[in-house]
Write a protein that binds this ligand. Sequence first.
Ligand code: SAH
Length: 238
Amino acid sequence: MHRFFTDEIQPNTAVVRGDDVKHIAKVLRLRAGDAVQLCDGRGSECDAVITGIAGDAVSFETGPWRRAESEPSVSVTLFQCLPKAGKMETIIQKCVELGACGFVPVQSERCVVVLKPPYEGRIERWQRVSEEAAKQSRRGIIPKVALPIALDKLDFSDFDTVLVAYENERSVSLKTALRAHCGERIAIVIGPEGGFSEAEIEQLTKKGARSVSLGTRILRTETAGMAMTAQILYEVEP
Ligand code: SAH
């Protein structure tokens, strides 16, 4: 069944506006009486029936709202040190499909790319990638892409578990760290192509991050976030 996000929700009714209207009317050729699924983008979904299609809005009668089935029981936020051009889009798209709940682009010592303000255009583009991936993979939320932040300014106070994937970590595996302690709000930190400096790992550890290994093979930065997200959800999901 087709599925759309909306935040215009009243008791028993809802409205979808914007690009989806053309998609519903012209591409999918849906009509009054057709059934769809609606999602509020905050973790709830419902079955709905189209009641009218006007120029710029589609209105719906909505059934009872329920928790979106596709949302994982823990939230994984990816702190991704800025990769080379174009890779962030791939990372966001794939990690949304896999179940990540948010993204924070991080500027670190060895990033080749240095983002300069204003950031808005780029963040909007990444946010659109997240929304498209959320629609495609039937997520119950649209994961947020935050403004870029310098590694030394990171604040993990909103998280229960913070794990930094460190290519030189030899003793603690991701599995060991998760089995020792895993809260519901998990932050993962991935280095850029050039990896982390020892000083950065020390800084992150002081802020409560646990350094973990993703195995004996070195993954590209764009692979590491995807692999770690998938492995965490595999380990902790019922
Ligand atoms: N240039 C570095 C590798 C960087 S890989 C080197 O050759 O040593 C980019 C990032 O992916 C790393 O900073 C780390 O966060 C993550 N990563 C890749 N492979 C990893 C592994 N086996 N264990 C832990 N983290 C890894």
